[in-house]
Write a protein that binds this ligand. Structure first.
Ligand SMILES: CC(=O)SCCNC(=O)CCNC(=O)[C@H](O)C(C)(C)COP(=O)(O)OP(=O)(O)OC[C@H]1O[C@@H](n2cnc3c(N)ncnc32)[C@H](O)[C@@H]1OP(=O)(O)O
Length: 258
């Protein structure tokens, strides 16, 4: 398991560019030493580098304003993994009220929980091709999970994301990290003029859980019945005890009279 300290603008280490030191015991022979990977938040100067990487990793063309936003706005949790002064991975996520999620993602939380809950949405996660399968993606996701499971973010009940149905590495990655398939989104993406299908994946944190299915309701009432059943058995045994007690008292009195 990786261990690291995360710094930010207000909590910067002395030389201001080394943000995190990572200790990791990966099974794979690393192409880079994960011990030398640092994590830091994106800054406006990263725009060009981040844009080049995202164009390599993702088939989607994001507008320039998107890169400006993720490298400068505090609305995003935009974290980079840095090795030899170069960005080799990044994760971008945001927190939003569940009531603001798009129609197709409603149903991640039960209505009762959703009224007040927030959710974390992963906009992108990518690792440089030559550094994949070294635990960098996991490291970035762990940092996000740690951020979202602090006491101040207890209202965040789920983390979700969209991916192309054809993106096997991403699907393997998220399933390994206990994300589960929530929905199939036909023609969700428009990639160079062509409609491509997507999946929504979700994981639950801070006591969040999916809406109950019919089976969950059945299990709930079955367990209630079981409890009611034990209550009945207990009451019957108490009544039996009382009857025995009365009978005994009556017998003693009757014998005394005789
Ligand atoms: C919301 C979104 O961003 S969806 C888009 C996701 N990003 C992309 O598609 C960009 C291109 N792909 C990538 O950048 C990477 O492949 C990522 C981000 C999906 C994974 O990053 P990595 O650093 O390689 O992941 P990491 O090394 O932590 O892998 C953890 C586990 O995930 C699984 N996994 C990751 N990649 C693969 C793969 N290609 N095939 C099978 N399993 C995989 C494995 O179980 C792996 O553990 P292991 O290596 O011990 O077997």
């Amino acid at each position: 398991m990786a261990q690291f300290t995360l710094y930010n603008k207000h909590n910067a280490p002395p030389n201001n560019d080394i943000i995190t030191r990572v200790d990791c015991d990966c099974e794979h022979v690393p192409l880079c030493s994960v011990n030398d990977v640092q994590l830091r938040f994106l800054v406006p100067d990263d725009l060009t580098e981040v844009r080049t990487l995202c164009q390599e990793w993702f088939p989607i063309d994001y507008p320039l304003s998107w890169y400006e936003d993720i490298t400068s706005s505090s609305r995003f949790f935009a974290l980079a993994a840095v090795y030899n002064l170069a960005i080799i991975g990044l994760i971008v996520a945001e927190i939003k009220p569940y009531r603001n999620v798009n129609k197709e993602d409603k149903g991640i939380l039960p209505d009762s929980m959703g009224r007040t809950a927030d959710v974390g949405y992963i906009l992108s996660l990518g690792v440089h091709r030559s550094h994949r399968r070294n635990g960098i993606g996991s490291l970035l996701l762990d940092a996000l999970m740690n951020h979202l499971t602090t006491v101040e973010r207890h209202a965040v009940k789920a983390i979700f994301l969209h991916t192309l149905t054809t993106n096997q590495p991403a699907i393997f990655f998220y399933e390994k990290r206990r994300f589960t398939l929530h929905s199939f989104l036909p023609y969700y993406y428009n990639i160079r003029g062509k409609g491509k299908d997507g999946f929504t994946y979700v994981t639950y944190i801070n006591g969040g859980h999916p809406p109950w299915t019919l089976l969950d309701h059945f299990k709930h009432y079955a367990s209630k019945l079981r409890h009611t059943g034990s209550l009945c058995v207990w009451m019957v045994s108490r009544v039996q005890q009382m009857v025995r007690w009365f009978y005994h008292k009556l017998l003693t009195r009757f014998n005394a009279i005789e």
